[in-house]
Design a protein around this ligand. Sequence first.
Ligand code: PAF
Length: 282
Amino acid sequence: METITKLTDLRTALAPLQAHGTVALVPTMGALHEGHLTLVRAARKAADSVVASIFVNPRQFGAGEDLDAYPRQLERDAAALDAEGVSLLWAPQPDEVYAAGYATNISVSGVSEGLCGADRPGHFDGVATVVCKLFNQVSPDMAFFGEKDWQQLAVIRRMARDLDLTRPHVDAIHGVPIVREADGLAMSSRNAYLSPEQRSEAAALPRAMRDAIAAIRDGADAPRALGNLHDTLLASGFTRVDYAELRDANSIAPLEGDNGNARLFVAARIGGTRLIDNMAVG
Ligand code: PAF
């Protein structure tokens, strides 16, 4: 596997892959775990070669967020990607992606609003902008993203549709189901911030979500079930619940109850660590 850090070298490195067949892109910010490797495996099944990117995108972190603390472990990540059969690693530095004078922003309304869009102003602009740039840089036939960031995936698909992107086409932007630890916690690079005690408390998040969904399926009033979920998390070691909401899985519009396409979205904090998760209701 070749690691490329300069845009001028990227096209040259991509040419033989594109000549040989289809190319899948797996965009990441590094600190890879089994969830990322699952994306790579799905990409390998679907395409002739896989390009992974590792770029900790400063434009999707707000003031006071964890940009500086975000785990960076390029060598270890490169070895893991190599072992999974990735052909090319695109790992630019910020000044390679955002040259002096950079002034363009992509903002996707609707699906970006509420949930993480409300808690992290500008976050999805940063995501849409960098993903559009990565798509233009790599020009993949298809791309793979984790469904843990369900709202992010909705934003990326909306952006690809609205901007008439062809590489990849919106239909070739694939979501891959969440990979969970044995106790149900969704895998995330940010789980590494948790102390052992916080890590065991964190398992309350998927448990409380499953309980709320079971109650809603049994006919409980949704706001009441979400209120119970909120209280359970605070009683289990979580220090704050940013949101616990039912939304339409496609439009991300708020829902009062299950419309047959409802998803439960939760963001909650243990100390300084913010965890997110989502599950289908129906
Ligand atoms: O999900 C992530 O790791 C990032 O948001 C992404 C899609 C790589 C954009 O920086």
